[in-house]
Design a protein around this ligand. Structure first.
Ligand SMILES: [Zn+2]
Length: 494
């Protein structure tokens, strides 16, 4: 080592600072060189550790900021309004509004000692109750991103209203549509499905008439007013089978199904072979629509809106859909599992949900909202759904309720807070919740209370003395839509 080299080393030593080993500048024995190497390794690890810690802090802060900046969209969910135009505030609460039947024998025994303006248990909703619900929704969410209405705007047994068809039904659809437009501007889209009580008779849809459906033709202009213009194909599907789709924006589409076609109670009985496999061609249309959205290349998300959900109902655990149709539906949803971000249904007049098997990798569970009608003893309710505006996945919902007869609405519960569920409402998260309910009986009882929010808990079907279903039966119905899997669950649990 010459002098210049020594100078250079001295200079480097000074630059490196006091904790640099001076031995390196003087050369020396092997031992000294080894301790110098050891020092260098230590220094390297110190610097690397500092870099890793800094990066971790930066990444954490970025995630925190991104998390807090997550954009939350809000949608109003209305279900089962069951508007009864002949609700009588002085009538006794016979089940199914018997007081309103135009039947002299029943009328004689029908007058109540008091008058109740905003609806009674055992009767469907007067317009005054629906108006208070919309006024409350408007106050809580003045500008929803859009509205989902999961069917049954018309009272049970609407045939007692008399009048010609489809006029008497069209008139009621018009009244409800006008009322929604009074509170929410017509530029707010309403994805509205048909319910079993929206047709001329309960669960009635004539599948042999193909596209000659006078009610659907007459109702389309009423629905069309509250959604973007339908394509020619969707107008046709609406006319033929009461199903359609529309875009909320370039990233989200709504598919509205007519699930009455799949109900075990559907009438008249489907007789033709081709209709049996796919009534009114809805499955084929659903698959084509999903396929077109997927291949459009926009990374589209889809929300599905319907009335009767597949699987088993929550009162007597009877099947809601024909099992073959349930299997077909599950297979389609499975095929397009990445794009379907939400599935909303009604019909049960209960707050509940249904799950898909975990290996299907379906993201969105079936979310079922309670009703505005108090006919089955549940408190009238509507919901505000919260979703992530980037992924369109459901984050949470808030239920609002009025005590039966009061017409005064208050916040009922927020799902996340009520059930300590802060990871959204994915199929996976709801499966975890259901598994926890199996082990934690107090959580299950809490769910049962929120299911109906009525005075006769835990069994929500008032006017009967039947005991509630067994816990395992109820949870199996949540966890399994298909008959084979549901029945196996009844035997083995879980
Ligand atoms: Zn209903």
């Amino acid at each position: 080592m010459d002098l210049n080299q020594q100078d250079n080393y001295d200079l480097q030593y000074k630059q490196l600072g006091s904790d640099t080993d001076p031995a390196i500048s003087t050369g020396g024995e092997e031992k000294t060189e080894s301790s110098s190497l050891c020092f260098k390794t230590k220094k390297f690890w110190k610097i690397l550790t500092a870099i890793i810690i800094s990066l971790t802090i930066i990444i954490s802060i970025t995630f925190l900021l991104l998390g807090s900046a997550r954009s939350v969209g809000k949608v109003l969910h209305l279900s089962d309004l069951h508007y009864d135009p002949i609700y009588n505030s002085n009538a006794l609460n016979h089940r199914h509004c018997a007081c309103n039947f135009v039947d002299e024998e029943k009328k004689n025994n029908c007058t109540a000692p008091n008058s109740v303006q905003y609806g009674r248990v055992g009767c469907d909703a007067p317009l005054s109750l629906i108006e208070t619900a919309l006024a409350s929704a408007k106050a809580n969410l003045p500008n929803p991103d859009f509205i989902v209405l999961t069917g049954d705007v018309i009272r049970h047994h609407s045939e007692v209203l008399g009048g010609s068809l489809p006029g008497r039904l069209v008139n009621l659809f018009q009244i409800i549509s006008d009322l929604i437009s009074t509170y929410f501007t017509p530029t707010i889209s309403v994805g509205q499905s048909f319910g079993n009580d929206d047709f001329q008779k309960n669960y009635f849809f004539n599948t042999t008439e193909e596209c000659n459906q006078p009610l659907l033709k007459a109702v389309l202009p009423i629905f069309q007013r509250m959604i973007p213009p339908l394509t020619y194909a969707d107008k046709n599907s609406f006319h033929c089978g009461g199903y359609y789709s529309f875009n909320i924006n370039s990233k989200l589409s709504i598919i509205v199904l007519n699930t009455i076609l799949y109900s075990v109670r559907h009438n008249p009985i489907i007789i033709t072979k081709s209709n049996e496999a796919d009534p009114m061609g809805q499955f084929k249309w659903l698959e084509n629509t999903l396929n077109n959205l997927q291949t459009s290349g926009n990374g589209k998300s889809v929300w599905i809106v319907g009335h009767i959900a597949p699987g088993y109902e929550s009162f007597d655990m009877q099947p809601m859909w024909d099992n073959d149709y349930t299997i077909k539906y599950v297979n389609i949803i499975k095929k397009y599992n990445k794009m379907i971000k939400a599935q909303f249904f009604g019909h049960e007049h209960l707050n509940t949900f249904r799950l898909f098997e975990e290996d299907s990798k379906i993201l969105a569970p079936i979310i079922i909202s309670s009703s505005i009608s108090p006919i089955f003893c549940n408190a009238p309710q509507y919901r505000i759904i919260e979703y992530d505006t980037h992924t369109f996945e459901i984050l949470d919902f808030i239920s609002y309720r009025a005590n039966v007869g009061s017409g005064t609405w208050t916040e009922n519960f927020r799902f996340s807070k009520e059930f300590n569920m802060y990871n959204g409402l994915s199929n996976y998260a709801m499966k975890t919740f259901t598994t926890t309910m199996r082990k934690d009986d107090s959580l299950f009882q809490k769910y049962r209370i929120r299911k109906a929010d009525n005075v006769e808990m835990p069994y929500p079907k008032c006017g009967t003395s039947m005991p509630p279903p067994a816990k395992n039966k109820e949870l199996c119905a949540i966890e399994h839509l298909e008959r084979g899997k549901y029945e196996k669950c009844l035997l083995v649990g879980g």
